[in-house]
Design a protein. Structure first.
Length: 166
């Protein structure tokens, strides 16, 4: 057995926020985001339940990637079936802080108050935010994307700049 040449390289972590219930159009966007993030070898972090969270997890899992679900309660079974790692937090809505803090960047899809809180928390924490499919917001510092691929490209570039200290 050979020893590793150096310290392990940490993968980019991208948080994804969005509604706990969504329609087909938004689910397709989220699933495409998940597939693209997995193809880029990013670790995806989300709230772990239904709607956008389940769709992005389905995309990640289908592409063989890693997706971590931070659940609001203590029941591991409440997480969607596509999660690679399930972390019950018992924090309720406060778990949104963990989702925002866990990402090197955050991709925000349509959602309501919980999603808006994750966007705001990410901004407070200095985490870059990319918005996809959201029509209701014009927040300073939030970059818009027209497609899932553009959202992923922008989020990965911002995350890499952040990790490099630029």
């Amino acid at each position: 057995m050979t020893a590793p040449a150096g310290p392990p390289v940490r993968r980019v972590q991208i948080a994804v926020a969005g509604a706990s219930a969504c329609g087909v159009r938004v689910a397709r966007l989220a699933e495409a985001v998940g597939r693209a993030l997995a193809a880029a070898d990013a670790v995806v972090v989300c709230g772990g339940r239904g709607g956008v969270m389940e769709a992005v997890a389905r995309g990640v899992a289908g592409a063989g990637g890693i997706v971590v679900g931070l659940l609001p309660g203590y029941d591991r079974q409440a997480g969607n079936r596509h999660l690679t790692v399930v972390l019950p937090t018992g924090l309720g809505w406060a778990r949104n802080t963990l989702v925002a803090a866990a990402g090197d960047a955050l991709i925000a899809l349509p959602g309501r108050d919980g999603t808006r809180s994750e966007i705001a928390l990410a901004r407070v924490l200095g985490c870059p935010v990319v918005s996809l499919g959201r029509r209701d917001e014009r927040l300073p510092g939030v970059r818009k994307a027209a497609t899932p691929e553009e959202a992923v490209r922008r989020a990965l570039a911002a995350a890499r700049r952040r990790l490099a200290g630029c």
